[in-house]
Design a protein around this ligand. Structure first.
Ligand code: GRF
Length: 219
């Protein structure tokens, strides 16, 4: 399956997907890395690794979100993309784009959804006093940070955590979760075994990882 990765920044999740896609048995090829920001650091990483890149600068389109998205859509069609992965892509998408890619648009979010939608999730998790935090890979629906869950990784909040320390452990978990959850979903699409109804995904087992307190690196 030909996939695109949409980024706005450093692209560490993009890199995790690019690395995973190198494995011969990974069920996807990365046909395009697309950024809405010309200076996104991830663009250079992708280009250096030999992947096709494109820039669609949202600023050129002012407030016309759909015109911006139609320009992205043209790039995706040119690259014959079949599924889109958001990886730190910092633009809200219109219902038009989301419905164009219905069940073919995947996102990673740094919290255990439905908790802590939106930005600044790590500080908000600490402020709320939760003991379990983590990340979620999900199909995108028009309402921000909602949609059927393909996988989650739990990271236990440690005493003395600040937002930066917690974010670093969650990010490591993201890098392991995203390729695995994507792989399972694409295999399900390809063998026809997966069905999505409302918020329920059937026919594949969601990836559930538990990194406890130490995080992935030390386990
Ligand atoms: C990640 O924490 C991701 O979950 C969120 O934005 C961040 C992007 O980081 N959506 P990176 O660009 O993948 O390093």
């Amino acid at each position: 399956m030909r996939i695109a990765i949409l980024i706005s920044g450093r692209g560490s999740n993009m890199r995790a997907l690019l690395d995973a896609a190198k494995a011969p048995d990974f069920p996807a090829d990365v046909a395009l890395v697309l950024s809405n920001k010309p200076d996104a650091a991830g663009l250079q990483v992708a280009a250096d690794a030999g992947f096709a890149t494109a820039i669609v600068d949202h600023k050129v389109f002012g407030r016309d979100r759909e015109a911006f998205e139609r320009a992205m859509q043209a790039e995706l069609e040119k690259a014959r993309v079949e599924l889109v992965c958001l990886a730190g892509f910092m633009r809200l998408l219109t219902p038009w784009f989301v419905s164009t890619w219905h069940n073919r648009l995947v996102n990673i979010h740094p919290s255990l959804l439905p908790a802590f939608k939106g930005l600044d999730t790590h500080q908000r998790a600490l402020d709320a006093g939760v003991t379990e935090h983590g990340c979620t890979v999900h199909l995108v629906r028009p309402e921000m940070d909602t949609g059927p869950v393909l996988g989650q990784a739990k990271v236990t909040v440690a005493p003395g955590d600040d937002a930066a320390r917690l974010a670093a452990r969650v990010l490591e978990a993201e890098h392991l979760l995203y390729p695995r959850a994507l792989e399972g979903y694409i295999r399900g699409l390809e063998d026809g075994g997966v069905t999505v109804e409302g918020d329920a995904v059937a026919g594949i087992t969601p990836v559930l990882l538990d990194y406890g307190r130490t995080g992935p690196a030390n386990r």
